[in-house]
Write a protein that binds this ligand. Structure first.
Ligand SMILES: [Zn+2]
Ligand SMILES: [Zn+2]
Length: 153
């Protein structure tokens, strides 16, 4: 799909679901990696991640377009256009837009793992938090060089 087609698509969604025209520029941005789309406050431009179309198809991308159009129309009218604004939430629900500027699978950003284990020194009781299971025999206490044991949190 070319930018031109995307432009027409967004204009159509705007008319059909918001009842007002989208009069700015829309384009695909291949450099968007973690979000499905974004709305630019200064240029009023809407950018859509083309990978999103490949991965999720038209139906999902239309929801992203609706999401970005919510930002667009509210911002243009000087209303609450941010995710936390009640007006944004209400409009988004009304038109059936995606709840978030959706992430692509695998690009969700690496969430740090939670600590699930701890190594406890058998001599002095010092605790060392660990995210993954390790063999306690391979380590010694950093404080007293005592032997360690593994405990689930
Ligand atoms: Zn958004
Ligand atoms: Zn120790």
């Amino acid at each position: 799909m070319e930018n031109e087609e995307l432009q027409q698509w967004i204009e159509q969604v705007s008319l059909d679901h918001f009842g007002v025209p989208f009069t700015h520029e829309a384009l695909f941005n291949r450099r968007l990696t973690t979000t499905g789309g974004r709305y630019m406050l200064k240029s009023h431009r809407i950018e859509i991640n083309p990978h999103q179309l490949e991965v999720y198809g038209r139906e999902e991308v239309e929801k992203i377009i609706k999401h970005e159009l919510c930002h667009y129309h509210l911002h243009i009218r000087g209303r609450g256009y941010q995710h936390r604004d009640p007006e944004f939430k209400a409009l988004l629900q009304k038109v059936g837009g995606s709840r978030f500027c959706q992430s692509l699978p695998g690009s969700k950003g690496r969430k740090p793992l939670p600590y699930r284990y701890k190594l406890v020194c058998k001599s002095c009781g010092t605790e060392y938090l660990r995210k993954r299971k390790v063999d306690p025999k391979r380590y010694r206490c950093g404080r007293c060089a005592g032997k360690l044991k593994m405990v689930d949190l």
